[in-house]
Design a protein around this ligand. Structure first.
Ligand SMILES: [Zn+2]
Length: 442
């Protein structure tokens, strides 16, 4: 195994176990480590870059930078490549230092309601391989974690991926996560997840560091790192699928709230005395506007009949078995009024919730995602119109409404990024020192 991959793993595992507390000589050690990471992160985030430019960027002396680069070269964490195009003074042209993103692999996992998505990425977040399989998150947690572990093994075997290269596993799950205790704030189904440390379970199983966060938070961060969120510091990511979730990003960091349950937009009370929700309350947004709610409405023609339109028409999907959201989108595009009304109604409800978010948080942008957002103009237009009508015009005029770019891989990619951030974050004693303006906290 590469000793560098081994060392990165060991450092991350030690941090997780709180073993990096200051010991005699630690001041020197942490300062040295901090300078090391300063240079490495400069190359990683701004490279390819010349040594002299690294010294200017970091404020370290040229000698210190050169010593650190020599060490990083030995560790295979950087490589020296091509020359700078032209030396302005006509002297020797400096060599550019590149980050070696191929030294190891990150495993990113999305534990969704109905699908498991696994990817590997390089250390710069480039997706290398993808694997998905159907899933049911409402099964008991022990079975759930066993299924995830089995899927990881199948994925590794299918692509002949060597464990020696895996630096860590990031996992996004469709439930609010307390990232300190690495437990769920409340479960995704009827079974209790109380006290189950998801990261510790998988870390024991595979011997690599594991990090866990909520799926919408991770998708929000990955849109900020690699997608449409890149220009923004403050934005809200909303995903409409099985359930409705959001990630609130402020200053490029996720806002989590006291327990880790901030952003649970799916449980905003939107219809007084509305349908029963799995959370035990009534009329939550996701009971009237997630994919299941849209499908149900399209089959029954509920909104169509409520709105007093075409009362004698039978919804096109009324007698079809196994209807999914794509069937509703298709029926709507073929002119089925029940499907069209169902999509429009759900869009209006989500738009109402989005307006609430804008009034509360005044984000620069709202990033939307989900099958209906991406593929149904009726849904998107109804959402946009409702949000505009319910937001103060001067604020609305300066709020960007946009659609996510990363699609089905957003969560797994965010999960991988969480591991990358953890691998290149200074020891906790130095953790108040930012790694870069664009990096995520683990
Ligand atoms: Zn609810």
């Amino acid at each position: 195994m590469s000793t560098t991959v081994q060392r990165l793993r060991a450092e991350m595992l030690a941090r997780d176990e709180g073993k990096d507390t200051l010991s005699p000589g630690a001041d020197y050690r942490t300062l040295r480590e901090y300078n090391h990471l300063l240079v490495l992160n400069c190359v990683r985030l701004q490279g390819p870059i010349a040594r002299v430019a690294i010294a200017q960027q970091t404020g370290l002396s040229k000698t210190t930078v050169s010593n650190i680069i020599d060490q990083l070269l030995q560790d295979d964490l950087v490589i020296e490549g091509d020359f700078v195009d032209a030396a302005p003074t006509g002297g020797r042209r400096p060599i550019l230092v590149h980050f070696n993103a191929e030294i190891g692999l990150i495993l990113g996992v999305e534990v969704g309601y109905t699908v498991l998505t696994l990817i590997t990425t390089s250390l710069s977040g480039e997706v290398k391989s993808v694997y998905t399989e159907p899933f049911d998150i409402t099964i008991p947690p022990v079975n759930c974690l066993t299924r995830v572990a089995t899927a990881i093994r199948i994925f590794m075997a299918r692509y002949a991926l060597p464990w020696d290269l895996i630096i860590g596993i990031g996992l996004g799950i469709a439930a609010p996560v307390n990232v300190q205790s690495r437990t769920l704030v409340y479960p995704p189904g009827e079974h209790s997840w109380q006290g189950i440390d998801i990261a510790a379970n998988l870390s024991q199983e595979f011997g690599v560091p594991v990090y866990v966060d909520n799926n919408a938070n991770l998708a929000a961060l990955s849109e900020g790192h690699y997608g449409v969120g890149m220009p923004y510091n403050d934005y809200v990511y909303v995903v409409i699928g099985q359930g409705i979730g959001s990630g609130l990003v402020r200053n490029r960091q996720v806002y989590r709230g006291a327990l880790g349950a901030a952003g649970e937009i799916g449980h905003l009370a939107i219809v007084p005395d509305g349908p029963a929700c799995m959370c035990g309350k009534h009329g939550c947004l996701e009971t009237v506007a997630d994919n299941d709610a849209i499908i149900d409405d399209a089959i029954q023609g509920r909104t169509l009949f409520q709105r007093g339109k075409h009362g004698s028409i039978t919804p096109r999907l009324a007698n079809q078995e196994e209807v999914d959201i794509n069937d509703v989108l298709h029926a709507a595009s073929q002119g089925d009024p029940a499907s069209q009304q169902a999509l429009a109604q759900a869009g209006r409800y989500v738009g109402t919730a989005v307006a609430t978010m804008i009034s509360l948080l005044n984000p620069q942008a709202i990033i939307l995602d989900g099958v209906a957002v991406r593929n149904s103009p009726i849904f998107y237009e109804a959402l946009r119109t409702a949000a505009e009508q319910l937001t103060i015009p001067t604020i609305w005029a300066q709020t960007v409404l946009t659609i996510g770019q990363l699609g089905d891989l957003a969560v797994a990619l965010g999960a991988a990024s969480m591991v990358i951030a953890a691998a290149f974050t200074p020891m906790s004693s130095m953790s108040e020192i930012p790694v870069s303006s664009g990096s995520m906290s683990p």
